[in-house]
Design a binder for this molecule. Structure first.
Ligand code: AMP
Length: 478
């Protein structure tokens, strides 16, 4: 199938050809005609599937009028299409896509998000824009200051709606929805369709077309996944070893908390590996420069929390490392979706310590796949760690969020120990550098659900600062 057979107009086809895209991705094949038809859309699409072009291309075409050449004039401070995204990074990337694909069209666009001055954004909105990409909070601020009006709005896109709800944006979204004209086209994109998303979709969409390209939460098959069991204190040293021994040039490393992200980036720098941390506490300038340094190859390792990493689009990212498993099993799928994008091969490695057995089990249950274990020579974990991992011991998965440093409370060492008497695989016994996992002993497993949220659906605020047990220590310092 070709892009032209989807009914796209010539300036869009030219822009797509300039990007080197030869054929539409599966989500694009389905979403483009659906959006062009003017219908509401509910699309399940994971990151890396080409979903951004899937809605941007037809959106731009619709703004050019039925004949593709009669753009309506947009009034002062008005917007014709609004794309809501959960994070600034995603907002910037969507805006970049609008610029790229709309390059040969006379459409104006801008992007607004918090953490930067509001005045330039007010100026940019003054003449009105065809496409506004926005994070909810800043959009409401701009509306409160009369900088943006929605009476000419024709299309609303909610991108990564699941993450918006996870981040507690539901009230902002509902406030925004009340400001919009009732007659409009609505497009909702989400990686997963949890109950809350379906509820939102019911109130938002009218007779939507529903499209799904990959079954929910299945891990992309082209991504090679591996678990390295390791004692927690040895994780930083193992990470340095892996980066150096494989000579990886571009590695995205995930941590659960901002604190660990910072500490780890510092540790890598001390080891002579150029690294930067990216998370919600960093200024917009720091985040943008870390990201561009990483894209250009100047920074070798980007250490990110889940929320900061959401929406990062780095072409053909070869390597993703989970320094810590995510609290929410679904986030594992999002994390590893950062590698192997757009048809490229990807590799995802998880460093798993004793208290993460339950999280690992939750992930394997979700992706319906056992991930191969490999012990790295020189970093053999103690038997108790291996036992704990195989028996699924550790904290249960829960609804995660970036807030504060409290991905979880530090667990006393005693609680990390497995129950006695389990047959443990022994590490390093006349084995090659890597050893396949032993069969999993029958044990009660975490089911990866157990999410916690406050009554209004927001993820719970963190309770405990956890520094002690998770601090980044040099190899062997236990
Ligand atoms: P997305 O899922 O929208 O974040 O897109 C993932 C990546 O795929 C981006 O780097 C796009 O530039 C790229 N991409 C989107 N559509 C295509 C296509 N039809 N062919 C090749 N690459 C594409």
């Amino acid at each position: 199938m070709s892009f032209s057979s989807l009914g796209l107009i010539e300036p869009l086809l030219r822009a797509v050809a300039e990007q080197g895209y030869t054929s539409p991705s599966p989500i694009q094949e389905k979403a483009i005609p659906a959006v062009l038809s003017g219908r509401d859309l509910m699309a399940a699409a994971q990151t890396g599937t080409g979903k951004t072009a899937g809605f941007t291309l037809p959106l731009l075409q619709r703004l050019m009028g039925p004949d593709g050449a009669s753009r309506k004039r947009v009034g002062a401070n008005r917007v014709r299409a609004l794309v809501l995204t959960p994070t600034r990074e995603l907002a910037m990337q969507v805006a970049e896509s609008v610029a790229t694909y709309g390059k040969f069209l006379p459409l104006r666009h801008t992007v607004v998000f918090g953490g930067v001055g509001i005045n330039p954004q007010m100026m940019a909105l003054r003449k009105g824009v065809d496409v506004l990409v926005a994070c909810p909070g800043r959009l409401l601020d701009l509306h409160a200051q009369n900088a943006v009006r929605f009476d000419e709005l024709e299309v609303l896109v909610l991108d990564e709606a699941d993450r918006m709800l996870d981040m507690g944006f539901i009230h902002d979204i509902r406030r925004i929805l009340r400001l919009l004209p009732t007659k409009r086209q609505n497009l909702l994109f989400s990686a997963t369709f949890a109950e809350e998303i379906r509820e939102l979709a019911t109130s938002l969409l009218q007779e939507p077309l529903s499209i799904e390209v990959a079954p929910r939460n299945t891990t992309a098959e082209r991504i090679e996944q591996l678990v390295h069991p390791v004692d927690k204190a040895n994780k930083p040293a193992l990470l340095c070893h892996l980066i150096k021994s494989h000579d990886w040039k571009q590695v995205l490393v995930f941590t659960r908390t901002k604190h660990i992200a910072n500490r780890l980036a510092e540790k890598l720098e001390r080891e002579g590996i150029r690294a930067a941390a990216i998370h919600g506490n960093k200024s917009q300038g720091a985040r943008t420069s870390a990201l561009s340094g990483f894209k250009s190859g100047e920074i070798r390792v980007l250490v990110a929390t889940d929320i900061a990493a959401r929406g990062l689009d780095i072409d053909k990212l070869p390597q993703v490392i989970n320094f810590e498993l995510p609290n929410v099993a679904e986030d594992y799928v999002h994390r590893i979706g950062r590698t192997g994008r757009a048809g490229a091969d990807g590799h995802a490695i998880s460093l798993v310590a004793a208290d993460e057995g339950k999280l690992l089990r939750g992930i394997e249950k979700l992706i319906k796949q056992d991930i191969e274990r490999q012990v790295v020579a020189g970093f053999e974990p103690d038997t108790q760690t291996l036992q704990a991992i195989e028996r699924g011991i550790g904290q249960p998965a829960r609804k995660g969020q970036e807030g504060g440093d409290a991905g979880r409370a530090a667990r006393p060492r005693s609680q990390q120990k497995p129950r006695s008497g389990a047959a443990a695989p022994k590490s390093g016994e006349g084995k090659p550098a890597s050893a396949k996992r032993s069969p999993r002993p029958a044990a009660k497993s975490g089911n990866g659900k157990g999410r916690s949220a406050t009554a209004d659906g927001r993820p719970q605020q963190s309770q405990t600062k956890q520094h002690a047990n998770q601090s980044v220590r040099p190899h062997g310092n236990r």
